[in-house]
Design a protein around this ligand. Structure first.
Ligand SMILES: NC(=O)c1ccc[n+]([C@@H]2O[C@H](COP(=O)([O-])OP(=O)(O)OC[C@H]3O[C@@H](n4cnc5c(N)ncnc54)[C@H](O)[C@@H]3O)[C@@H](O)[C@H]2O)c1
Length: 371
């Protein structure tokens, strides 16, 4: 980290830090980055907190008002004071064409897609800055806030329900107690005799996946880096379900390849939480497409006389299916870092890391991002 001082982040702040929680543009997105229960934490630290009205958010406007936030109409962030941090989860609406504020959200804008370039261009034109939550990292380069736990929970749960024959589409956001009741029922109906393997078991989503499997009573095999070093394919294929929660950037022997499908196997469901379906480190190259809330499962192989058909679940917005729990967990992790925006010496390390990632993306010449 360089010691360079940023004009926008001068150590001596005259104004309190202003966090402006915008309404989400995507109408299926019910999550919130900060929940009402955490608003007083920010207010007590001297922050100003504004929340836009939203008909779809899992927490009501009244809950935010009762917590002490100022409530304003949806979409008014465009007129927010210049120094307000505009906080959201998913993409911004297409307008305005120029972005002048500092925005905190998941923009997926640093990997060279067409949309990414357009987003960065909007920031360039308006002089604003993107502090992408994916790039809030600590000194060990580890992400400090993520939705992984509930992604793993929901991914494994959907896998269990599919094994039990009770998964119904289209999927819709639900309450955890409803999902848990379905898991317990699936367990009682025989799913508790099925074998589940969780890869990436020590990570956030791996831990969430195990929790859901325990709710249904399935026996769990847990593999992380050490257990996959010498990959035991026959052991892997001897499970009914694989819940994949691995994050790796180094090419590694994939867990399930096309040739494996001809072997005698028990495996019949792949729940791919990672969803890295087109990346160079896709651990499940038998699948190259995501699945959706409308069609959560897809058949990958019809089976052989000795082996069952194989289906995949690879939904890339799993936490949105449990919006309340996902928001609460995320807010608990993010709020202490928001406090770091008001640090005496300027915003703390993770914010500086996110700002560096943005500056780097802005500096890269056209067409080289993500290569
Ligand atoms: N589908 C969704 O809706 C959704 C939502 C959030 C996150 N995700 C994705 O889920 C994935 C997991 O995220 P996370 O927060 O759990 O990550 P994490 O970093 O907490 O955990 C990853 C785990 O994988 C392990 N690992 C790495 N290489 C391995 C290997 N070769 N064999 C076995 N284990 C290995 C690591 O040791 C670690 O324990 C990410 O790709 C993330 O983008 C998906």
């Amino acid at each position: 980290m360089t010691g360079a001082t940023d004009r926008r982040w001068h150590p001596v702040r005259m104004q309190p830090v202003h966090v402006w929680i915008r309404s989400e543009a995507r109408d299926t997105e019910r999550r919130a980055p900060v929940v009402p229960a955490d608003v007083p934490v920010l207010l007590d630290a001297g922050f100003e907190v504004t929340v836009e009205e939203s008909p779809q958010r899992i927490f009501t406007d009244e809950e935010y008002a009762a917590a002490g936030a100022a409530i304003v109409p949806g979409g008014t962030w465009t007129d927010a004071p210049h120094d307000a941090y505009i906080l959201g989860i998913k993409e911004l609406p297409d307008e305005p064409a120029t972005l002048r504020h500092q925005h905190i959200y998941f923009a997926h804008a640093f990997k060279g897609q067409e949309d990414a370039r357009r987003t960065l261009e909007r920031f360039r034109r308006g002089g604003g800055r993107l502090l992408d939550i994916e790039y809030l990292t600590d000194a060990d380069d580890k992400r400090v806030v993520a939705f992984g736990y509930w992604a793993g929970y929901v991914g494994a749960a959907l896998g269990v329900l599919h094994l039990a024959g009770t998964l119904t589409a289209p999927l819709a956001p639900m309450a955890k107690h409803e999902l848990d009741a379905e898991l317990e029922q699936a367990g009682k109906s025989g799913a508790d005799q099925l074998l589940a393997l969780v890869t990436g078991a020590r990570g956030r989503s791996g831990r969430g996946a195990q929790r859901a499997l325990m709710t249904a009573g399935l026996p769990i095999t847990r593999w992380d880096r050490q257990e996959t070093r010498d990959l035991h394919k026959l052991a892997l294929l001897g499970h009914d379900m694989l819940v994949n929660c691995v994050v790796t950037h180094t090419p590694t022997t994939p867990f399930v390849e096309h040739a494996d499908l001809q072997h005698e196997r028990r495996l019949r469901v792949l729940a791919d939480v990672t969803c890295d379906v087109t990346g160079p480190t896709n651990m499940l190259p038998v699948n190259t497409e995501i699945t959706t809330w409308q069609e959560p499962t897809r058949r990958l192989h019809d089976g052989t006389p000795d082996s069952p058909p194989l289906d995949v679940i690879a939904i890339d917005n799993l936490p949105s299916l449990l919006p309340r729990e996902a928001s609460e967990g995320f807010s608990a992790d993010l709020t202490p870092h928001l406090l770091g925006l008001a640090d005496e010496g300027g915003p703390t390390g993770p914010w500086r890391a996110a700002a560096r990632a943005f500056d780097q993306a802005m500096e890269e010449p056209e067409g080289t991002q993500g290569t």
